[in-house]
Ligand binder design. Structure first.
Ligand code: NAI
Length: 294
């Protein structure tokens, strides 16, 4: 299965990173978003990110220019006709994803793999109603996509082994490291990471240590590149609560239940680095632990 042209639907945080990586790896990318403003923002963000790679000497200016010529922003989903693979990174809503796949099935050849970047929805649920459910696979990238090497290749009960093999090859071809995961909530990384992050919040709630000390302890004692509260703020507290709720619903295991403190922080609008306040206040020169009244 030769993959030369890739369609990316959704030009938000993840879609733009995925498009950048694929174009840099030498493939042609057509990026579509239903919101025109996002297309312009994505173009600017990709140019800025590539400029940083050039500045740091990690990408030649000619390679940057070539990548940009392979990147096409298309206003209409029908412009994805002829793509050899379509990856979606649209909103995390089952109905929206199902509707997109139904539209794409009318447009694309039957052998074109459809890959979802979902973090928490089941892959097989998204295949509901498709004539070719065997073509739907998970390709779960990590944020920031240009820097994070891992891709989880997710096989549903109905995904064809050939499609899985093709996606493993594709991940290698774009410079990522794939791991094979099953279509169970959280795949591999979030299955292990979410309970760890929630345990850190429980440790804080029960007074085991301060935000700064728990972060330092896990960095220096466990060799983690960042502590759990820095990681929670980086992932987004609202995102962790949303994923935790979905996983709790699936497994009915208290390890996945978002804690009362975390829910209150999200209710208070503390979403982490993306809006400047989470377990730390990120608005100044360096992050300052928040007083959460504990
Ligand atoms: P985002 O909100 O930044 O971007 C979503 C984009 O999709 C928006 O630009 C929106 O206009 C567009 N969109 C929505 N519905 C559309 C449709 N029907 N057709 C075309 N475009 C549409 O979201 P983000 O963070 O990039 O997440 C996208 C997907 O990636 C979600 O499924 C999310 O669960 C998953 N994901 C997110 C990660 C993260 O760290 N943010 C990590 C890994 C996966």
């Amino acid at each position: 299965m030769a993959i030369e042209t890739v369609g990316v639907v959704g030009a938000g945080l993840m879609g733009r990173g995925i498009a950048q990586v694929i174009a840099t790896a030498g493939l042609v990318v057509r990026v579509h978003d239903s919101n025109g403003a996002q297309i312009n923002a994505a173009r600017g963000a990709i140019e800025a990110s590539l400029a940083k790679f050039v500045e740091k000497g990690k990408l030649a200016p000619e390679a940057r220019d070539a990548a940009l010529t392979r990147l096409h922003f298309v206003p209409d989903v029908a412009d994805l006709v002829g793509c050899d693979l379509v990856i979606e990174a649209i909103v995390e809503q089952l109905e929206a994803k199902r509707a997109l796949w139904a539209t794409l099935e009318r447009l694309c050849r039957a052998d074109v793999p459809f890959a979802t970047n979902t973090s928490s929805l089941s892959v097989v649920d998204q295949a509901h109603g498709l004539q070719h459910p065997e073509r739907l696979v998970g390709l779960h990238f990590f944020n920031p996509v240009p820097l994070m090497p891992l891709v989880e290749v997710v096989r549903s009960i109905r995904t064809s082994p050939d499609i899985v093999a093709a996606m493993m090859d594709f991940a290698h071809a774009i410079g990522k490291v794939p791991v094979a995961a099953r279509d169970t909530s959280g795949f591999i990384v979030n299955l292990l990471l979410v309970p760890y992050l929630l345990d850190a919040v429980r440790a804080l709630e029960q007074g085991s240590g301060t935000i700064a000390d728990i972060d330092t302890a896990m960095r220096l004692g466990a060799g983690h590149p960042m502590g759990p509260f820095t990681l929670l703020d980086t992932v987004g507290l609202d995102t962790v609560v949303q994923i935790g709720e979905i996983m709790f619903d699936q497994y009915r295991d208290a390890r996945y239940a978002p804690t009362p403190l975390l829910r209150r922080m999200v209710a208070a609008g503390y979403h982490g680095r993306k809006n400047g306040i989470g377990f730390y206040d990120w608005r100044g020169e360096s992050p300052v632990p928040m007083d959460l009244g504990l």
